[in-house]
Design a protein around this ligand. Structure first.
Ligand SMILES: [Zn+2]
Length: 106
């Protein structure tokens, strides 16, 4: 029997890659929709907010994947502490540990 135990970081990378793909597709769809006459019934501001949010997630996810490739993934960008795996499992593209995140958002 082969071992199915996976490195948690590899699992997170799989998640991030999936998330990146999903959000890229979503962003493309929303952008397409915003260019259609009538925007498929979407409110212009609501659609703009959705696009901004999707774009932000795509960018966050791309950055997380890059940090993974560089080996700096899972380290807080502010205080350089290790970000707990528990937090990364909930928020795979987290850039800060909890205390720093709180300090950032106020
Ligand atoms: Zn920190």
């Amino acid at each position: 029997m082969t071992s199915t135990v996976q490195n948690p970081i590899e699992l997170l990378r799989d998640n991030l890659e999936e998330q990146f793909q999903r959000n890229t597709d979503q962003l493309a769809e929303l952008t397409l929709r915003s260019r259609q006459p009538g925007r498929s019934g979407y409110d212009r501001d609501a659609l703009a907010a959705l696009i901004a949010s999707a774009r932000q997630t795509v960018s966050d996810t791309a950055q997380a994947l890059r940090r993974m490739a560089e080996g700096s993934y899972g380290t807080c960008e502010r205080c350089t502490a290790d970000i707990p795996l528990q937090r990364l499992e909930i928020l795979p593209h987290a850039r800060f540990c909890m205390p720093c995140q709180r300090a950032q958002t106020g």
